[in-house]
Ligand binder design. Sequence first.
Ligand code: AMP
Ligand code: ZN
Length: 480
Amino acid sequence: MPLRFYNTLTRREEEFVPLREGRVGMYCCGPTVYAPPHVGNLRTFFFADVLHRYLEYRGYEVRFVMNLTDVDDKTIRGALRDGVSLKEYGEPFVAALFESLDGLGVERADLYPRATDYVPQMVEIIRRLEERGLAYESEGSVYYDISQFADYGKLSKVDVSAGRRGERVAHDEYDKDDVRDFVLWKGAKPEDAQVGAVWDTPWGPGRPGWHIECSAMSMHELGETFDIHAGGVDLTFPHHEDEIAQSEGATGKPFVRYWLHGEFLQMDGEKMAKSLGNFFSLQDLVAQGVKASSIRYLFLTAHYRSKLNFTFEALESAEQAVRRVRTTRERLRTHPAVASPGPADQPVLHRAVDAALAGFAAAMDQDLNTSVALAELHALVSATNGRLEGLGTAPISEAERDAALDAMARIDSVFGFLRVADREVQVDGGLAAWVEERLAARGAARNAKDFAQSDAIRAELAERGVVVEDTAQGPRWSLA
Ligand code: AMP
Ligand code: ZN
């Protein structure tokens, strides 16, 4: 079955065919480093993570680049307010970003370029645009002449005819009512120099507009035409529309083949946003007892192109679902298995494994349908529970057990919530004392031949990821 993505450029689901066989170049617009990320931002980076991981699961060799916007209207304003340089201003937010990405179990991209390191590449694109009659200078700044680029509007489908020709917009962010010539390079203002945001160029001193930054970083790192460009849905216009105009205008080549946009995380029906004040950081939530694994799971329950409402009830259900999968995995892992093959090697679980892996891939191939893919994992969990409970009929074989454990691990190489949950158990303070106490209770129950009680304790331990091995020296435990 082919892998298919919904491409914002064509408004259709299309078969994914990379430019070079077996390899994928992928870019995601990263954050502006002017505040720590909230879980709304993280939903977008999570979406890019699942995309990245699934491409790798499919066997592609992926080069994944996510930029850090360290110079724009917002960072300059912040640095001025705090009386620090642009560089000093951004660093704590870069650190906060990585702390959050790691907390959520997001796999690292290959590269996190900072815009301020790519100014020569930006200047070169603007020079080419001028040469091709697509850019013009006005009062020390350079603007893109959208009337000269026939394809302007092809991504966002904005009504270009409604635009006021020759009028300009100098802000980094503007809305659809403002379809105008946008700024590529901004002539220096006195305050820019105060924060170290001034570069010399053929048009005099100044600093880049936001949109040119992503054109420069993505093309420099992935080539003038590359496979996938991802980002939050709000970036479609003007940011991505302007990236296309700049890149294709300068090179005369197609810029990006597949545009993928992730929908918002909402709070009470509104976008979670810094400007609305309705946000939580990952650290806020963890301090309130929410597990990062629950957040990861919650994100998987919705398709990336659907809005997702953030509620504590949904996080609670997510936590239970994670626990269900984990407990079954631990029960299976610690269950005594017989050598295989043999008459004990029942096909039941093998069939369930094959069905789950096929169903998982089919759902993910369909534009990353994570909620359907999750249901396939739960079907495997149910089959495993059924097998563990029906053991009277035939003991479980090693081959069967390993196939099911391997399938769970493979699926989690994309979902990633089990790995995050395993780490949470390990940092659970006081766990060791609790385990010792439970093991002593289990020993006492066994001595009293109360096997129901000793089995119950074993299950209780397994639920928290504790694997017990009975040795001649007594029980030995480890964390799964
Ligand atoms: P910013 O830091 O504002 O530049 O945003 C960084 C990224 O987070 C962009 O790709 C936005 O589209 C995305 N984003 C911002 N708010 C949300 C939200 N509530 N849900 C999902 N993505 C968001
Ligand atoms: Zn961007």
